[in-house]
Design a protein around this ligand. Sequence first.
Ligand code: NDP
Length: 463
Amino acid sequence: MAKKANKIDKDVMDKAKEYIATLRNPNCAEDDVFFQAMEEVLLSITPLYLTDSKYKNNAIVKRLINPDRIIKFKVEWFDDSGHVQVNTGYRVQFNNALGPYKGGLRFHPSVNEGILKFLGFEQILKNALTGLSIGGAKGGSDFDPKGKSDFEVMRFCSAFMKELHKFIGARVDIPAGDIGVGAREIGYLFGEYKKITSSFDGVLTGKPFFFGGSLMRPEATGYGVIYFTEKMLELEKREPLKDKICVVSGAGNVALHAIEKLYHLGAIPVTCTDSTGTVYDARGVDLDLLKDLKFNRRVSLAEYIKEHPESEFIPVSEYPKGGHAVWNIECYAAFPCATQNELTLKDAKALVKNGCECVSEGANMPSSTEAINHFLKKEICFAPAKAANAGGVAVSGFEMSQNAQMRRWSFDEVDARLKETMIEICNRVAYTANEYGVKGNYVDGANIAGFKKVADAMIAEGI
Ligand code: NDP
């Protein structure tokens, strides 16, 4: 059993904070989100780092916070009017101590190196928590699929893969989806990879089912968040989600499947959001309509009230300054499932004031550092993304296993394995928090458990 970290004096912790602050790159605003993710992890592991000399002796922090490599490339493609468009593509291969690089691709105009470094760094520890043999990576492009025709998306994906294929492989690096990359994009990317290499292997996960995808991959992240939350509530002796009002942000893959699972458990999800605004439907949101708006018609949530005039649509422009409408609605549990830093300190205070007892992160790092500290101070049951949303990558791992064995698991089989994995992650995180003297702190529990696994592998593998 691991040795317990001794309680660290406040002045030693302050010195650690000072050291961590020196790791920030003041000349690169893009890196701020990466620093935010790194600072949280390094603060969590400080007591362990200072009491177990092997981590310091092997310079693990310095080695862990620097990606193995960052690949950056130009993507040239023709739009429907015959004009040449140019975007930037990236792959951040962060750490492969535990297995081949693995992590999603994000297509969104906001994508830059800093965002992908933060996502890749988070992915290392998240993947470690799943118990599968996979390392951490992330990639993507500043290309915006929104408003593009299918042919434009296809041409962009082909051009993107013409570069990316040089750096990936079924035992090397296996990308998946993320914001702006769903089954359509993965299909086109896979098609191009296959044409270039003549190889039909599991180089991408999230593929459509009929050519190698796993059943339940689309549902996995959203369902996994809810499985994790139910277990956390049980361990923390709080009431389950049944009959409880829940607020959810986002209206994409993660959010809509979280909403679906909330309904399965008898909860009442009353909101969802997109980049245009918030839908509030006090009777519970209409999931079939949402799926049609977002997965088929790909239109704004403003369309929702046309079919449900009794509900409310609050446009982004009407949000109270510095706060978001969705976090101002009374609820028992909140599920941020859209994007990073969408839940600020002001939002956290509003949630707590309105009686929220549980926050579970479906998106990656959706809560600001100040918001998380407020939740922990107020003893809200808080599930950090790297633990709560690990269900997506877990089922991606299952897809890799199925591809390697040329087998197909049934929906129920994948669902049962997903549930088991999320319960295991929750138990491990809670146990680690307890073991290191921070009972109920799932942030520290997840960071320490993930870090130890990766760091021990790095030490065992040598320099
Ligand atoms: P989707 O592209 O399917 O949906 C994203 C949703 O978030 C959309 O509703 C989108 O609104 C909204 N959104 C995105 N960016 C912004 C922004 N800057 N401001 C406001 N709203 C925004 O993505 P996913 O559901 O796949 O991913 C959501 C989150 O979950 C991300 O943080 C992702 O990294 C994380 N995640 C996803 C996993 C997966 O399996 N897909 C796995 C683990 C984590 P609009 O439609 O208007 O663009």
